[in-house]
Design a protein around this ligand. Structure first.
Ligand SMILES: [Fe+2]
Ligand SMILES: [Fe+2]
Length: 248
């Protein structure tokens, strides 16, 4: 297993590890994103057991001790399993997450006190990079779920949204909605809820030009259109389940 590095937007690096054993023969990728500012931020800490290869990969870009922020989409092993390992090698780093996640998990789990982010709050990383935290509760899963939007590059760090199988190129301008629908059909990984479509649709207001997927390639193109199409599909799923309930 090795970790590939690609710069997917100006100053944003994707660290990608492909695992063939998950959903073979297509396999599955685990991606972390490094946002380079005066205060570098890592989005996703990655699995604890992948920490050695992720740390080695990061050290090809910056010394790990330079990290200042560790953020992620929700409290789950692939998102934050190695958070405390990163805090150990980066003494000036602070974990950052939304109010819910800090209250229910990080205030206990994190080896250093987290910065608690309100919905819409910005961390100014310096060097022109600003990341905004947006609460997306239960979307696609996790009460504490949220995404980050980097304003200067118009990059939405999507977490598990748009998860797909396979190991496509690091950057793509091809459809990412169809593969996400197929992965949802296979894994049923989302906490299907009536607000899900509206939550995803609201992210289109940022008009992202880049969608950085945790499990899949990074998409460049009309991010709003992709978000709206994904939202439509979740609305369809919710309405289908509601219809099924009515017939019980
Ligand atoms: Fe997840
Ligand atoms: Fe994930």
């Amino acid at each position: 297993m090795e970790t590939q590095i690609s710069e997917v937007a100006d100053g944003i690096y994707r660290l990608s590890t492909y695992v063939l054993d998950i959903a073979p023969p297509a396999g599955f990728t685990f991606n972390e994103f490094l946002v380079i500012g005066d205060e570098p931020l890592m989005f996703h800490a990655g699995l604890r057991k992948m920490f050695p290869i992720n740390c080695e990969a990061l050290s090809r870009i910056i010394p790990p001790a330079r990290l200042r922020w560790i953020a992620f989409g929700h409290f789950e092993a692939d998102e934050c399993g190695a958070m405390n390992e990163w805090l150990a090698v980066a003494p000036e780093a602070t974990p950052a997450h939304g109010r819910t996640g800090c209250m229910v998990s990080l205030n206990d789990f994190a080896d250093r006190a987290p910065r608690v982010l309100s919905d819409g709050e910005v961390i100014d990383l310096g060097g022109g990079k600003r990341v905004r935290f947006i609460d997306t509760p239960h979307t696609p899963h996790g009460w504490d779920a949220g995404v980050l939007y980097e304003e200067s590059t118009q990059t939405l760090l999507c977490g598990d949204l748009f998860s797909q199988l396979g190991n496509d190129r690091a950057l793509t301008d091809r459809d990412v909605v169809g593969p996400a629908i197929a992965a949802e059909d296979m894994f049923r990984y989302s906490s299907l809820n009536p607000h899900m479509g509206a939550t995803i649709r609201s992210l289109s207001a940022f008009a992202p030009r880049t969608l950085a997927l945790m499990h899949g390639p990074t998409f460049t193109g009309d991010g709003a259109a992709a978000l709206n199409a994904l939202a439509d599909d979740y609305d369809r799923r919710v309405l289908k389940d509601a219809d099924a309930l009515r017939t019980l």
